[in-house]
Every structure is written in C-alpha cells, then in structure tokens.
Design a binder for this molecule. Sequence first.
Ligand code: IMP
Ligand code: MG
Length: 175
Amino acid sequence: MKLLDKEFKVLISNSKIQEKILELANQITKDLSSKDPIIIVVLNGAFMFASDLIKELHFPCQVSFVKVSSYTGTKSTGKIQNIIGLQEGLKDREVLIIDDIIDSGLTMAFLIDEVKKSSPSNVSVATCLLKPDAFSNQFFVNYIGFPIANDFVVGYGLDYNGYGRNLKDIYILKS
Ligand code: IMP
Ligand code: MG
C-alpha cells in the first residue's frame, strides 16, 4: 500500500482491532458504567477508534472532542501546545480521554494536566496504540489496545501528512 512517497504493509487488521475493542469496552464498562463519565476524544487521530469503541459502551455517558495543536514556539524548548475545545464543567466528573496513539506521551501528559485544572473526580486514559519504547511513563494508561514497536504507523485514523486516516487496518512503514 502506497501513501505519497512511502510503502506500508498491514500491521493490525481491522478484525483484530474490533476484537480488541470488545475487550476494552468490557473493561471500561466494569470500571465506569455506574459513574456517568464524560469521554473526551482527541482529534483528529482518535476519531475512528473512538467511534468504534464508544458504540460498544452501553451505559450513560457524554462525549466531547478536543484538538491539540502543536506549533514551534519562539522559545528554544521547541514545542508549545494548545488545546482547542476543552469544555468547562468537568468538576467532580469521571473523565475518560481517548486517543489513537501514545508515542512519547507528551501530548497526553499535557492534556491530562489541563483537564485536572477543572478538578474532575478521576481521569483515565484509553489508547488504541502505545509505543512502550518511546513512552516517558509519566502517567498511567488504563486501557491499551496494542503495544507496538517504535515505528511509524498509519491507518484507522492515523495519518502520514494527512493521508491514510480512512484506512480500515493499521499499517506500518515497509523497511
Ligand atoms: P506523543 O505526544 O509523542 O505521544 O505523540 C502524540 C501524537 O503524535 C499522536 O496523537 C499522533 O497524532 C502522533 N503520532 C505519534 N506516533 C505516530 C505514528 O506512528 N503515526 C502517526 N501519528 C503518530
Ligand atoms: Mg493524535
């Protein structure tokens, strides 16, 4: 499979993803079904995973969306991040954040900090993919679909320069 200048091959099929989603949904249901959670989906990458996962949660919950934009700031430290769409009203709420992939974990760490400023009763994290060799481990990840090697992946919401988000399976760069 080719996207722009790069060749990719299937790493995780959609049927494997769907099986895993049922497992995760079961765990989440055990933990959160009585807690009236508010689910925060991190756009753009998590749209497909979150959509499939949330459809398997058969209990009352609210769903909201945020976007984390990173841009190179004027400081030499490099990345400055900004969260768009984070709503008020998280005080004393059970919050579940859903993302597509945790790589270094910097994006999620920043988002967790921002959410905690609203004094939620609890914050938990679900991710489709996690790269253990890149992850800084500065927070606990409650629900992990698949741990993967420290390689570039696309598909199922994840992109390469904006392309590949529509693919049903998850692909890895062909070496
Ligand atoms: P982190 O802050 O290093 O954890 O990276 C977070 C974001 O980088 C993810 O939410 C993705 O949008 C993007 N990302 C990290 N690894 C990959 C990858 O292998 N493919 C596509 N996007 C990635
Ligand atoms: Mg993302």
